[in-house]
Design a protein around this ligand. Structure first.
Ligand code: FES
Ligand code: FES
Length: 159
């Protein structure tokens, strides 16, 4: 077992973990943060995306011990005082989800994308989200949600 100390969604945590434990397992199984989900376990789908010291990572591709001393933000740490994060709100307003399974990862990746590029083009959004798969194939509204979050006024109406 290895001792790790980190901050998750603003709270300091300290645990003994097996060196092989994945960060996503740690978040879900030890901390009960089941908002971060596993879609593939092979770093393909992006459903498990979280922020590690401000950078988006696929948490099935990071060991818990690698997060030692770091700050992790999950989908569960975004809302403040009962207010959804603007990107969460945009996904809600634009209905950027169908079954919702990919949504936590999509939102975490979209936030990282918008931090890097606050006014992305549609192409840049699609490129920025290429590591996140939506099995419901609801990409159109996901892109609209990111545009909405970016403050872009949609020039078209309808779905
Ligand atoms: S579960 Fe991590 S990328 Fe699919
Ligand atoms: S909304 Fe179902 S997988 Fe994306």
């Amino acid at each position: 077992m290895t001792k790790i100390n980190l901050t998750v969604d603003g709270s300091k945590v300290s645990d003994d973990v097996e060196p092989r434990m994945l960060l996503v397992q740690y978040l879900r199984e030890k901390l009960g943060k089941t908002g971060t989900v596993v879609g593939c376990d092979t770093s393909n789908c992006g459903a498990c995306t979280v922020h590690l010291d401000g950078t988006s990572v696929k948490s099935c591709n990071v060991l818990a011990v690698q997060a030692e001393g770091s700050e992790v933000t999950t989908i569960e740490g975004l809302a403040t005082n009962g207010q959804l994060h603007p990107v969460q709100e945009a996904f809600r307003e634009c209905h950027g989800l169908q079954c919702g399974y990919c949504t936590p990862g999509m939102i975490m990746q979209s936030i990282a994308l918008l931090e890097e590029n606050p006014s992305p083009t549609e192409e840049e959004i699609r490129l920025g989200l290429e590591g996140n798969l939506c099995r419901c194939t609801g990409y159109h509204n996901i892109v609209k949600a990111v545009q909405h979050a970016a403050g872009a006024t949609s020039t078209t109406t309808g779905a």
